[in-house]
Design a protein around this ligand. Structure first.
Ligand SMILES: Cc1cc2nc3c(=O)[nH]c(=O)nc-3n(C[C@H](O)[C@H](O)[C@H](O)COP(=O)(O)OP(=O)(O)OC[C@H]3O[C@@H](n4cnc5c(N)ncnc54)[C@H](O)[C@@H]3O)c2cc1C
Length: 392
């Protein structure tokens, strides 16, 4: 793979809106990605393997629980720092960012928000340090966009719960030590349970043959009469709103992450357009290529401003789920379009692993589907502005 010459585009001087702490956190993540992700990521994506050696580095840059309080081992940062970390990691690879998102927003967040003090103390420090990796089981084979109809369930057996069912498409599943599993009780109410590797009847077969997020491990969660200790139920929130609250946090991080992937594609294409000579000129001198590049930087800049503002609203605890949906949907779509255009600027070289663009393009096909599909986020906006439900 080519050396990482990445220079982050900042056309509207967004850096002026950031605090010194934001820039410090962002720059540390950026340096780490250049040093520890870029040199190895193409190889791991080709092998379809998650690079386990990145876990320590992810913990060190604060990617596991950026906004979780220091007392639980988190980094105690604000929402903009969290977003910037996700942006930088996804600049390297969406699969690595997925592991960080799942760990922070889908595993640590529900334990922090919906768990009790004993659960926080038991799990959060180990998750923050990367000693334990977690996964989040919401999606089922027959219930993706409609998780409220899930069939995974547990029954109260007096001194324990008995869990049955299956989850599909679960990031980190093949190597996770714990899973936050969403299941229905005997009254059809959804609860979160902490399921630990090694519990009898719990297995996590890996999902193979993915053309997207190849450097992220995906698997199933299968529960065959798994005995769950009662203290493993998250006591402080139930109903579909509980997993959706986690998704808000993760989707917000994805909105930033997608900007990172787009920035990398744009930066690569811009550099290539100045170096590649055809018809005696750099291809960047042709209007058709300039149109592509000018539109890319316009869209990146719009997304940066939208997302920074969303971060301010999150810091003030004012951001709505619908506002998060808009940013996730807009930014991932923006990044996919930029990856496609950037790939064309590189001509044939754009399809090779010499450059990151094709890998980003393929990764983003998962990112546009998980955590609410492109369609579902549009329906969320539609419902928010009209008050009319078009889901069913
Ligand atoms: C690589 C990867 C990693 C993932 N990681 C996780 C994870 O860690 N944990 C987890 O729980 N899940 C995870 N997912 C699952 C992901 O969240 C689901 O794939 C996603 O929610 C969509 O569900 P589905 O694939 O069943 O598609 P479906 O829900 O079957 O949707 C198929 C199509 O129908 C459309 N559609 C559905 N309902 C409507 C409607 N009402 N109106 C209009 N169109 C509609 C959708 O937009 C989509 O285009 C992951 C998925 C992938 C691909």
């Amino acid at each position: 793979m080519k050396p990482d010459l990445f220079e982050a585009p900042d056309y509207y001087k967004l850096d002026d809106l950031l605090t010194d702490e934001h820039k410090l956190v962002r720059d540390a993540a950026r340096e780490w990605v250049k040093r520890d992700i870029t040199p190895i990521i193409e190889d791991y994506a080709q092998k379809a393997e998650f690079p386990m050696q990145t876990i320590n580095g992810l913990a060190e840059i604060g990617a596991f629980g950026p906004y979780i309080p220091l007392e639980y081992g988190g980094a105690g940062l604000d929402q903009i720092s969290y977003g910037l970390i996700m942006q930088e990691i996804e600049r390297g690879d969406s699969g690595i960012r997925s592991t960080a998102s799942v760990q922070s927003s889908l595993v640590m967040y529900p334990i922090w928000k919906y768990g009790n003090e004993a659960q926080r103390k038991k799990y959060l420090p180990k998750l923050a340090s990367g000693e334990w990796i977690g996964c989040f089981g919401l999606t089922e084979p027959d219930h993706g966009s409609n998780p409220g109809d899930m069939v995974t369930n547990f029954k109260d057996k007096g001194d324990h719960y008995l869990l049955n069912g299956a989850k599909m498409w679960i990031s980190n599943a093949p190597f996770a030590q714990i899973a936050i599993v969403w299941a229905k009780d005997e009254n059809n109410r959804i609860h979160g349970l902490i399921v630990e590797r090694g519990m009898e009847g719990f297995s996590t077969p890996e999902t193979h043959n993915k053309w997207s997020l190849r450097a992220s491990a995906t698997g199933e969660l299968i529960f065959d009469n798994v005995k769950i200790p009662k203290e493993n139920l998250l006591p402080n929130k139930s109903g579909l709103g509980a997993p959706l609250g986690c998704l808000d946090s993760a989707r917000y991080g994805i909105a930033w992450g997608a900007i990172g992937a787009a920035m990398d594609c744009y930066d690569t294409a811009l550099r290539y357009s100045k170096e590649r000579i055809q018809f005696g000129k750099p291809i960047g001198q042709f209007q058709l290529q300039q149109k592509k590049l000018a539109e890319m930087i316009t869209e990146i800049t719009k997304a940066q401003l939208l997302t920074w503002r969303l971060g301010v609203l999150r810091n003030e605890d004012k951001a709505t789920s619908a506002q998060i949906s808009m940013a996730k949907r807009n930014n991932v779509d923006m990044a996919i379009s930029i990856a496609r255009e950037a790939r064309q600027i590189l001509g044939g070289m754009g399809i090779t692993g010499e450059y990151s663009i094709m890998r980003h393009a393929m990764n983003l096909e998962s990112v546009i589907t998980y955590e609410g599909t492109h369609d579902i986020h549009l329906l969320i906006t539609g419902l928010d502005i009209t008050g009319l439900n078009a889901f069913k």
